[in-house]
Design a protein around this ligand. Sequence first.
Ligand code: ZN
Length: 300
Amino acid sequence: MRVRLGVLLLVGAMALGACGTEGEDPADGRTKVVAAFYPLFEAAQRVGGAHVQVTNVTPAGGEPHDIELSSRQLDRIEDAAVVLYFGHGFQPGLEKVAARAKGTKVDLLSEAGTLLGAPPGDQELDVDPHVWLDPTLFKGMVTKVATALSRVDPANQGAYEANAAAYGRELDDLDSAYRQGLAQCDRKVIVTSHAAFGYLARRYGLGQEAVAGLQPDAEPTPQRLAELASQVRAQGTRTIFYETLVSPKVAQTLAREAGVSTAALDPLEGLSDDALNAGATYISVMRENLATLRSALGCR
Ligand SMILES: [Zn+2]
């Protein structure tokens, strides 16, 4: 935990530009890994442990969709031994830099399994990138991280495989909790802020209606809002979900219009400094999400 916190503080300092030691390398013989955004960062930390130095290029509390990269981050990506990122235009700027990086590059989205297409009308993305919200797909990504680290640093292959297996068991437990927790519910449709929960919905037999599309910053038209409000009333939805990293305004407007309540459902695209300092992890946030879903959907 102390090591992890140290790395997080270091990443935070770099994000603020407070670290004036350009060119100095704090990796100390550890394998340098760049992760495109939070879930990939956590996967690399858990699998790599003390053998890796992981940089998350999406700052804590930032939105990973279409981030802007600093020149320092560009250097880090180009020099990293392993670059973990998502293709398919999820972070186009990062994807372009990753293509010319010297190290091993792993497009964890393209290798994640059967991908969902973009909803009709979504013009910026050809597939739904939010695979990490399905614990089973995320576990597959963790295994691929172990394979990549083992290839680059074969001396520590045993540790990478053991760490991935241990983390994989925690993800299996999470999957069981979701299966059991969502098996018997009064309602099956979730209304979310942006369409981040498609893979989670597919895995656990839920339906998803999103206010925005696959990109969180897309503004819905008044017609779309009115259509959603009448849908919400017709299907007896009780809760509109908003996110912590984007404004809850539209979700609140919809909830008011439909006469229902709101609750936070975290798509884990990034965790704030406060959440990280409080010890939040992929698994802890996913468990909070499960509790929120169970209460909103009337599960027994
Ligand atoms: Zn998203």
